[in-house]
Design a protein around this ligand. Structure first.
Ligand code: SAH
Ligand code: SF4
Length: 395
């Protein structure tokens, strides 16, 4: 898998592990076993890789830490959302969030608020999910969506976003991106199952294209975590050439979420400087060109910021702009951030905006604010700095 992204051992593909195993004194097939230990089972201590020869286990251990991240803090919300502050090797922190769905054993418990009903996770639609129906009498696992980061900070400078205000510190490596999932999976409850990954944490994934794509290929490898690419959604502020590349590289199988946040160039540029480079007509063409499989839709994310993009007239423009595209719209009332006085509109105004889109025939959800009590909005926990461990128990 040739690309230019620098990487650590956790980002090796099985064939790369084959040669690494030989270099470490083992046989090629041991390499495939190592890949499975790491990605399928999440075992990162070579001493526990019981089907490897002792010498190989020791040689592997002498290569250094296989998991390049650790959980600096885990905050659990009353709605079971878990926000994990992830420490990278250089001491920097990013975040990953585990968002349990409402299907499965806990149905009814922490149910979505009736009014702010929502697609909390921007995960693929359940109506697109042919294996959703459980066998009678069988207890379904709680399906968890994990949100992962791709950069420390972000260079895109969106004015409502904590990561954008902070600026880009560095790109994450593919092994660090993958490690968030290995770590996240180890923090799941017994009745939970990782179902979807959304690349919506810190950073602009398509600005760190090679590392992100390598990580997604590893996560969707059938011998590893085994997430099919259609259970992965990448969210972007609209990097047009990379949207086309992603479409080509995965044949349109990766879900696409577009952070639109405005329906005209003037207001979008004010909120998102990237719009100067790729204005709306160019971005909309990229969406029309994305090789989306039949029955799938592009998610349009629209963060509602009071006084900036929340006018019902803007909703009408949005309805016009999206005409003819297979989309669903997620409205996200802005989460306040420390660095800005901007904030969300009043609740009735949010519903007024939603009503315009519903009346125009769109699927339109107001994203329920999951994990509010643990600062689960983009970039917030990582930017709070190091705070003492807080755990909110389920009781
Ligand atoms: N960089 C990518 C992915 C990470 S941001 C992107 O922008 O799409 C994930 C989503 O959170 C984006 O839609 C982003 O606009 C939104 N977001 C960022 N800060 C927010 C805030 N303070 N309140 C609500 N949504 C926010
Ligand atoms: Fe970057 Fe996305 Fe935040 Fe914009 S919203 S600054 S692109 S992380």
């Amino acid at each position: 898998m040739a690309d230019s992204a620098p990487t650590g051992p956790l980002a090796r593909f099985p064939e790369e592990w084959e040669s690494a195993a030989v270099r470490l004194g083992g046989r090629a097939f041991h390499g495939r076993q190592i890949f499975k230990w790491l990605l399928a089972r999440g075992v990162t201590d070579p001493a526990s890789m019981s089907d490897l020869p002792k010498g190989l286990r020791e040689a592997l251990a002498s290569e250094g830490e296989l998991l390049p991240v650790s959980a600096a803090e885990v905050r659990r919300s009353v709605d079971h959302t878990r926000k994990v502050l992830v420490r990278l090797g250089g001491g920097e922190t990013v975040e990953t969030v585990l968002i349990p769905g409402v299907t499965g054993r806990r149905r009814g418990d922490a149910a979505p608020d009736a009014e702010l009903d929502a697609d909390a996770s921007a995960a693929p639609d359940d109506d697109e999910d042919e294996d959703l129906a459980a066998a009678p009498g069988k207890v379904e696992p709680v399906r968890v969506t994990q949100c992962i980061s791709t950069q420390v900070g972000c260079a895109m400078g969106c004015v409502f976003c904590a990561s954008g205000v902070a600026g880009l510190k560095r790109h994450m490596r593919p092994d660090e991106i993958v490690a968030q999932v290995i770590l996240g999976r180890s923090l799941l409850d017994e009745d939970e199952q990782l179902r979807n990954v959304v690349v919506m944490g810190m950073g602009e994934p398509l600005h760190n294209y090679d590392a992100t794509v390598r990580a997604l290929r590893l996560l969707s490898h059938p011998d590893g975590v085994g997430l099919s690419s259609r259970r992965i959604t990448v969210s972007t502020s609209g990097l047009v050439p990379e949207i086309a590349r992603l479409g080509q590289d995965f044949g349109g199988q990766i879900g696409l979420a577009i952070s639109l946040h405005a329906a005209d160039d003037e207001s979008r540029t004010r909120l998102m400087p990237i719009n100067k480079k790729y204005p709306l007509p160019v971005l909309m063409q990229a969406l029309r060109d994305y090789p989306l499989p039949k029955r799938r839709r592009i998610t349009i994310e629209y963060t509602l910021v009071a006084g900036k993009n929340d006018d019902p007239a803007e909703a009408k423009k949005l309805a016009k702009l999206l005409r003819g595209l297979p989309v669903k719209v997620n409205l996200i009332p802005m989460n306040r951030i420390e660095a800005s006085t901007l904030g969300p509109p009043e609740v009735p105004r949010v519903f007024e905006f939603q009503r315009v889109l519903l009346d125009a025939g769109y699927s339109c959800f107001v994203r329920k604010r999951r994990g509010d009590d643990v600062a689960a909005a983009c970039g917030q926990l990582a930017l709070l700095g190091h705070k003492p461990k807080v755990r909110v128990d389920r009781s």
